[in-house]
Unconditional design. Structure first.
Length: 123
């Protein structure tokens, strides 16, 4: 599957990367910074202002996130591409919240979406 900005409107999303922190002892942390070719977390979130998707898209992403080691291509608005899998190590890989809460939402109702991804080696 390809995740691109046409599917989930990534052009207004905030793309965050996180430093790798390894705790070796309770009193000591080793922090690694630098260019990683893979293993880098990517969090896509609209922070309440963007990243709205339909309930149908949310249901499809939840179903897709259940497949273990499913490698996908993430395409950002600036045409950069990454091979990614869902990142389950930092919470749920897909989080969604209704924009306007309804007791019985339709598939066309809008949700705020957060995706947690992890880059993987593409070769």
């Amino acid at each position: 599957m390809t995740i691109n900005h046409d599917d989930v409107k990534l052009s207004k999303w905030k793309c965050e990367t996180i430093r790798s922190r390894i705790k070796t002892r309770p009193w000591f942390s080793l922090i690694q910074e630098g260019q990683l070719s893979h293993g880098r977390p990517i969090i896509l979130s609209g922070n309440g202002e963007a990243g709205w998707v339909s309930r149908l898209t949310v249901k499809n992403l939840f179903a897709l996130s259940k497949a273990a080691n499913k490698t996908m291509t993430l395409t950002l608005p600036d045409s950069r591409q990454f091979s990614v899998i869902f990142d389950r190590s930092n919470g749920a890989p897909v989080e969604a919240k209704q924009v306007l809460p309804f007791a019985y939402p339709a598939d066309s109702d809008q949700y705020l979406l957060t995706l947690r991804l992890l880059t993987v080696h593409s070769g």
